[in-house]
Design a protein around this ligand. Structure first.
Ligand SMILES: C[S@@+](CC[C@H](N)C(=O)[O-])C[C@H]1O[C@@H](n2cnc3c(N)ncnc32)[C@H](O)[C@@H]1O
Length: 249
């Protein structure tokens, strides 16, 4: 494979992947799609490794002829020692982002997604993926989960590099954006009534949004569901909301 789009495979070694998982300045990309999107959206990939260069190159040529990456061949045993699944693992630099207050405080037309204390990294990744696909301005999370965890990156297919993704202690106060709580107990959601640049807040998987956020929100909106259904899955609720907004624009 050619080397454009990568800093070069010699910058870090496969043995550094374990260290990269604990390094706040680096991210570990597991799987072809994570590496593909990260590269396409400008990630600085420091090293990538596979045990099956031919299959990976065939996949790249078929699914992503627009991207290229430098990948080093290693043995299947060496790869399995650092990653439990996926045919390729890579290490990239975490992008330098402006402070989240800048993003939240900016008047902009694109909505932001706020995930309050998401528990499931696959859900978190799926929410990032759909936020990127729907053209959201960024994703903020609260709680202990790192949105840049490899499992979240895998769930997002590497689309963290397409928009700003932050973990914040709490949502900054004030600013020009409306804060809207997505809540099954809210008023019927009408995408045409959502102000541009709103922060759309989604709650944790089991318990929903906190009382503190609900009290602070400028509105509480429900996606209408068929009788008897309590709620949507978190990532599905993010998806339905963002695409309803996009289709109504
Ligand atoms: C799995 S749900 C949480 C369910 C929780 N028992 C509750 O009542 O909120 C996770 C999040 O998805 C969003 N959500 C799910 N279904 C929704 C709906 N029908 N309308 C608006 N938001 C919804 C909410 O933000 C919710 O906090």
């Amino acid at each position: 494979m050619t080397a454009s789009g990568c800093a070069g495979p010699a910058d870090v070694r496969l043995a550094d992947v374990a260290r990269a998982r604990r390094d706040g300045g680096l991210v570990v990309l597991e799987g072809f799609h994570a590496l593909k999107h990260a590269t396409r959206f400008g990630a600085e990939v420091l090293g990538a490794w596979t045990a099956d260069l031919e299959t990976l190159e065939a996949l790249r040529a078929r699914l992503a002829p627009d991207v290229s990456f430098a990948v080093e061949r290693v043995s299947a045993e060496e790869l399995a020692a650092v990653v439990s699944r996926g045919q390729v693992v890579a290490v990239a630099r975490r992008p330098r982002l402006p402070h989240p207050d800048v993003l939240v405080g900016a008047a902009a037309a694109t909505p932001l997604v706020l995930l309050e204390d998401p528990r499931h990294l696959g859900n978190l990744g799926a929410a990032v993926r759909v936020a990127a696909a729907a053209g959201a301005g960024g994703v903020l999370t609260t709680g202990p989960q790192d949105p840049w965890h490899p499992d979240a990156l895998r769930g997002a297919a590497g689309l963290h590099f397409a928009l700003p993704v932050y973990r914040v202690k709490a949502l900054p106060a004030g600013g020009p954006r409306s804060l809207l709580a997505l809540d099954p107990e809210g008023e019927r959601f009408d995408p045409r009534a959502v102000p541009p640049g709103a922060i759309l807040a989604f709650g944790t998987e089991r318990d929903g949004l906190t009382d503190a956020l609900l009290e602070r929100a400028d509105g509480r909106l429900a996606l209408p569901m068929a009788p008897g259904v309590s709620s949507l899955n978190l990532a599905t609720a993010v998806s339905a909301t963002l695409f309803a907004l996009r289709l109504a624009a």
